[in-house]
Design a protein around this ligand. Structure first.
Ligand code: ATP
Length: 195
């Protein structure tokens, strides 16, 4: 089974692209969603408490994701501390998840920070969803009703779109000028051929 990393910056269209792969019956692991689940694990909560302080765990014993987001997106050191806790767990969880997908020709692991967290070696191929920053910002504002400043804060620790494209095996262009589905079908065809 081939393991594909699907990356791209905030609002580039990773979720949209992965929905098409799902329609093609390809299993998709959404790293963001799974991280949120892993943050409910008592051992992880304990690590968060020890690393960031009691203030980042609510009275009901859950990680205060909003408070954590505020500090990690303001400081790269804090962000890498969180990454060091979560990413080994996500990759381990993904490996376990793959065991139940053995009948699949290939699987997709969707994550914004594959290169930034240094996990690219865990994948056979990487697909980058490319989208100019300003278009992505506008799409996220429309999707989440958030502010440009908030989005820029989250983008500041991500590599540029160009850098990610250079380091990836394949690029899906999502700037609105090329249709997404034919590009995805083309990649699906290639992947089914090599597997
Ligand atoms: P995030 O990293 O924030 O999770 P993402 O990379 O998963 O974002 P999506 O949620 O897929 O990005 O796309 C961002 C927004 O842009 C969504 O509202 C989506 O519907 C919209 N969108 C994606 N692709 C296009 C497109 N080609 N044309 C118009 N809107 C699009």
């Amino acid at each position: 089974m081939i393991k594909i990393g699907l990356t791209g910056n905030i609002g580039s269209g990773k979720t949209t692209v992965s929905q098409v792969f799902s329609i093609l019956q390809i299993p998709v692991y959404h790293a963001d969603e799974e991280s949120r689940r892993l943050l409910l694990d008592p051992a992880v909560i304990e690590k968060i408490k020890n690393t960031f302080g009691e203030g980042f765990v609510t009275q009901t014993g859950e990680v205060d994701r909003k408070a954590l987001g505020t500090i990690v997106f303001a400081d790269s050191h804090e962000l890498s501390q969180l990454t060091d806790i979560l990413h080994p767990l996500v990759i381990e969880d993904f490996r376990e998840w793959c065991k139940s997908k053995k009948e699949s020709i290939y699987v997709i692991h969707e994550a914004a920070i594959i290169f930034e967290s240094g996990v690219e070696k865990d994948f056979d191929k990487i697909i980058h969803v490319s989208c100019p920053k300003e278009i992505a910002i506008q799409r996220v504002i429309e999707r989440d009703g958030t502010t440009r400043e908030e989005i820029l804060k989250r983008m500041q620790f991500q590599l540029t779109d160009e850098e990610k494209a250079d380091r990836s095996d394949w690029v899906i262009s999502n700037d609105g000028t090329l249709m997404l589905i034919p590009q995805i079908l083309e990649l699906d065809k290639k992947l089914r051929a090599v597997s």
